[in-house]
Design a protein around this ligand. Structure first.
Ligand code: AHG
Ligand code: MN
Ligand code: MN
Ligand code: MN
Length: 338
């Protein structure tokens, strides 16, 4: 079937968006194109994951203490490659790299942006053919243009993000990204190798019926979280229920579904992991930004997660994100249990 010419490609869309900013240089559009290209390459590998020697452990343990999968490294290298060779990014931070990497060459030092990413989210699902993703977060540098980027460029609070997005390698492959102007979703048309605007101006429903949490950890959560989860289980027709529990174990897929359908995703602190599991800079902040722009909300259980001042690249945080009314209900349970 011929491609519908009324549907914009990602490149066409980002270039049209520039019209709203007469001072725009096209670097952000270039950055999104670079990330989209890396994701197409990852998508090809993900699709043949069962056929060739791309499954399984890489043999090392990352700075987080997790077993690294071959696809984690492949995705990391693809993203690092396109961003290093592009003209928009002065340096990167990644789940799979111990330290930030400053590109520090003549072109990169003139770039306006730095990028943080989780190259492959949902590693534990790679070997079993379940949806996985990539998450990215983009900041305007606070350091002097013309010089190498600095650590401070990466340790900005989430509310300073210029753009954030994710790619979900699911039954179709989608790239979703947000700027302050809105959230837009693009589906990869494999026939032409382009992302097409399939989900313009995404809004997160105010209420949903889905809650997503690892129930296996229930007895390790604090009292307020336990009471909220129990309330979710007790919901019925009289108070907006019944709710459905959905938990894939790939945050990209779990939050993508809840963003579209309405819902709440939680990765609370546990007795074993009092600081939570998910990483602030390249997992939580990008999703907090996207969901907030779409009308929802995200917190660490205390404050808006976008207001947290980061101190280290790989710091973790408890994370709650989703539909605005569900988040308000959660907050009332957390406050009551204090
Ligand atoms: P990653 O694969 O990038 O290390 O992230 C895994 C994360 C996230 O995708 C998911 O929501 C969470 O781990 C699942 O953790 P549990 O298995 O502990 O529920
Ligand atoms: Mn990991
Ligand atoms: Mn992840
Ligand atoms: Mn990862």
């Amino acid at each position: 079937m011929a491609t519908n010419r009324n549907i914009l490609t990602l490149d066409e869309f980002t270039i049209q968006e520039m019209r709203a900013f007469p001072q725009a240089t096209g670097q952000l559009a270039g950055l999104l194109r670079d990330i989209g290209l890396a994701a197409k390459r990852v998508n090809v590998e993900v699709n043949k994951a069962g056929l060739v020697d791309i499954l399984g452990d890489e043999g090392s343990v990352n700075v987080q203490g997790e077993e690294v999968k071959k696809l984690d490294i492949f995705a990391n290298d693809q993203l690092m490659g396109v961003l290093r060779h592009g003209i928009s990014c002065a340096g990167i931070g990644s789940e799979e790299l111990d330290e930030i990497v400053l590109f520090d060459d003549e072109i990169s030092n003139k770039s306006k942006y730095v990028c943080l990413f989780d190259p492959l989210d949902g590693s534990s699902n790679i070997d079993v053919n379940v949806s996985i993703g990539t998450i990215f977060s983009i900041y305007r540098r606070v350091s002097e243009i013309g010089k190498p980027a600095t650590k401070e460029d990466f340790l900005q609070p989430g509310n300073k993000q210029v753009a954030a997005g994710y790619i979900v390698y699911g039954s179709s492959t989608m790239l979703v990204y947000a700027t302050k102007r809105g959230v837009n979703g693009f589906t990869l048309d494999r026939a032409i190798g382009e992302y097409l605007l399939s989900h313009p101006n995404i809004k997160c429903p105010e209420w949903g019926k889905i809650y997503s949490v690892n129930h296996g950890n229930f007895f390790r959560y604090n009292q307020g979280v336990k009471e909220y989860i129990t309330a979710c289980q007790k919901k019925d027709k009289t108070n907006g229920g019944p709710y459905t529990q959905r938990y894939i174990g790939s945050m990209v897929s779990d939050v993508h579904r809840n963003l579209i359908k309405g819902g709440i995703f939680m990765y609370p602190a546990t007795t074993e992991k009092p600081g939570g599991k998910l990483r602030l800079l390249y997992e939580c902040n990008p999703f907090a930004f996207i969901v907030q722009i779409a009308g929802g909300k995200a917190t660490n259980g205390e404050i808006n997660i976008l207001d947290v001042q980061p101190t280290t690249l790989h710091q973790r945080t408890p994370f709650f994100v989703g539909s605005i009314k569900m988040m308000e209900e959660l907050e009332s349970y957390l406050a009551a249990a204090k």
